[in-house]
Design a protein around this ligand. Structure first.
Ligand SMILES: Cc1cc2nc3c(=O)[nH]c(=O)nc-3n(C[C@H](O)[C@H](O)[C@H](O)COP(=O)(O)OP(=O)(O)OC[C@H]3O[C@@H](n4cnc5c(N)ncnc54)[C@H](O)[C@@H]3O)c2cc1C
Length: 286
């Protein structure tokens, strides 16, 4: 699906049209717009708004010539032709000199990160070769070849948690304390939670506000949270994405749909995967 900017141009400004319309005409105009929006359905990303009060920056610059823009909408469609078809019989075409301009949203230049599993028997030098990367990318979108590849790297997936996060005056935090697969984006975030938890305790012990034993609670809280949340969720995320059996895939999709359909379940799910819930769990652990 692509996005299209729809500009409503007409020889009379939207302000003037609105000012000269009786309340009944304004209501009828609005009803026509809503009937069109209903017909276009989910293709309408943003119904937009009438526009007026145009100013130029820098002031004094030349305004572009052409029929003035009186409003805009944003549509989604498979092609520009489909977007144009959605505008057939649009109420704006009844405005004085009304024409509609459809513009493509161009893709913002950037990079995509793609991750592919590599069989254990493939040597590292082959795994990082451009040929293997091209071959793997070709499986994603058939018909596209010769991708511009900016960077190729290899990483190993671990699921490990250190036996303790504290030994006397030595503390472990971040990947040194726990390491997990990146699915779910919990690695760095978990490390930041560690650092915040530990820094506060170190400051309190240093300033004599609490006894040294408070530092043991860093190990207790952060280690258990790592096991309960980070490891549990990342392992589950990996299993869900790796599911090959149609029944397994359907079970995962159905579960996500069940969660998405229920506001309370969605909230609970988001609190868990954003790791916010892990903070209250850590507080419970004392
Ligand atoms: C593909 C991928 C995608 C990821 N995506 C996400 C994501 O979306 N969200 C997320 O939260 N996490 C993500 N992660 C995980 C995240 O990158 C790590 O959890 C995070 O970078 C760990 O930070 P760290 O500072 O603990 O360790 P590191 O980033 O490993 O930093 C340790 C530093 O110590 C240095 N060092 C090592 N030994 C010594 C030594 N003896 N002396 C001095 N310096 C030393 C190393 O060179 C390194 O610079 C991803 C990981 C991968 C592999």
């Amino acid at each position: 699906m692509a996005k299209y900017m729809v500009l409503y141009r007409s020889s009379v400004s939207a302000q003037d049209q609105m000012a000269s319309a009786s309340p009944e005409q304004a209501q009828e105009g609005m009803d026509m717009w809503m009937r069109w929006a209903d017909k276009a359905g989910s293709a309408v990303v943003d119904l937009g708004s009438p526009l007026g009060g145009s100013r130029l920056v820098p002031s004094g610059a030349d305004a572009q010539t052409g029929t003035p823009i009186g409003g805009f909408s944003v549509l989604e469609a498979d092609s520009a032709d489909d977007a144009v078809a959605l505008l057939e019989g649009h109420p704006h075409l009844q405005a004085p000199g009304g024409v509609i301009e459809v513009l493509d949203f161009l893709q913002i230049p950037g990079m995509w990160r793609m991750m592919f599993p590599i069989a254990p028997e493939v040597p590292d030098e082959n795994a990082t070769s451009r040929d293997l990367a091209q071959a793997a990318l070709a499986t994603l979108v058939p018909g596209i070849a010769n991708y511009e590849i900016v960077h190729v790297t290899l990483y190993r997936v671990h699921q490990r948690v250190a036996k303790t996060f504290r030994l006397g005056r030595v503390f472990l935090a971040g990947d040194a304390a726990h390491i997990n697969n990146p699915l779910g984006g919990m690695g760095m975030n978990g490390g930041i939670h560690d650092a915040l938890n530990l820094a506060q305790r170190l400051a309190d012990v240093w300033h004599g506000k609490v006894a040294d034993a408070a530092l043991d609670r860093y190990d207790k809280q952060r280690r258990l949270i790592t096991l309960e949340y980070v490891q549990k969720h990342t392992v589950q995320n990996k299993r869900n994405l790796e599911a090959r059996e149609p029944e397994e895939q359907a079970r995962f999709r159905n579960e996500m749909q069940r969660v998405a359909a229920d506001l309370a379940l969605t909230r609970d799910y988001l609190l868990r995967v954003s790791m916010i819930a892990s903070l209250s769990r850590a507080a419970e652990l004392g």
